[in-house]
Design a binder for this molecule. Structure first.
Ligand SMILES: [Zn+2]
Length: 234
């Protein structure tokens, strides 16, 4: 008869098969080489990204999973409507409680819903950046005309109900900022280095004129483009 030994239960220290001890911190902050998003990673995840990104580069999960670390990513236009939500945040949520945070979220969801109807528009909800695939915009088989991209951009903009909220001149001006930049990217396939992501703001548009002619915003319009829901925004 086999003797069954009683095993005493105790604390067992489990050791990972993989060694990540060479990292100094358990959180690593990295910026994506393509979409400029700041991400926080564990050493374990960082190693996966490092392997997939290659030397001297770091790509975020969104860019890696959408193959945006490849050569043809230069034909992607990156654009965002954060400047509009950031403006609503400062002007109508923080300054005078004319909007709730839930309304800002509703605007964000509405613009997302409209944009993703165009298969060439991909959206990263963490950074609120759109990736428009110009590899498939132009003339030829299986390509969409650039007018489709312009129309989608205008439809997305309409989700923010600008006609109701900002002055007409501000609405027209911000629409033309998107339109002109999309056409310029279509022709040249490049963006100004310091403005790689197309992210217009209401700077110099008198956006606030509808409510108060003499109102001067106490915040910098430049700051409005930093708006996100993910991390604390200031
Ligand atoms: Zn990225």
């Amino acid at each position: 008869m086999t003797e069954i030994k009683k095993i005493k239960a105790g604390n067992v220290k489990l050791k990972s098969k993989y060694n990540f001890d060479d990292e100094l911190s358990d959180k690593i902050h990295c910026q994506c080489s393509f979409c400029e998003k700041l991400v926080t990673l564990s050493p374990k995840t960082r190693k996966l990204h490092h392997k997939l990104s290659g030397p001297n580069n770091f790509y975020c999960s969104f860019c890696l999973s959408n193959n945006l670390n490849k050569k043809d990513s230069r034909n992607y236009l990156l654009m965002s409507y954060r400047g509009i939500l950031g403006y609503y945040y400062f002007e109508y949520y923080k300054n005078n409680n004319k909007m709730f945070m839930s309304q800002l979220k509703d605007f964000e969801e509405a613009h997302c819903k409209i944009g993703i109807e165009n298969p060439l528009f991909k959206y990263d909800e963490k950074s609120m950046v759109w990736f428009v695939d110009f590899n498939r915009i132009g003339r030829g088989k299986h390509k969409l005309n650039v007018s489709n991209a312009l129309q989608t951009s205008e439809d997305i903009l309409n989700a923010f109900e600008l006609k109701r909220i900002v002055s007409e001149s501000a609405h027209v001006k911000i629409l033309s900022k998107y339109t002109n930049a999309i056409m310029s990217f279509y022709k040249t396939r490049c963006r100004p280095k310091e403005k790689f992501i197309l992210m217009p703001t209401f700077a110099n548009t008198n956006a606030e004129i509808r409510f108060n002619k003499f109102h001067k915003p106490a915040y910098s319009m430049e700051k409005t483009k930093n708006f996100t829901f993910v991390e604390s925004f200031e």
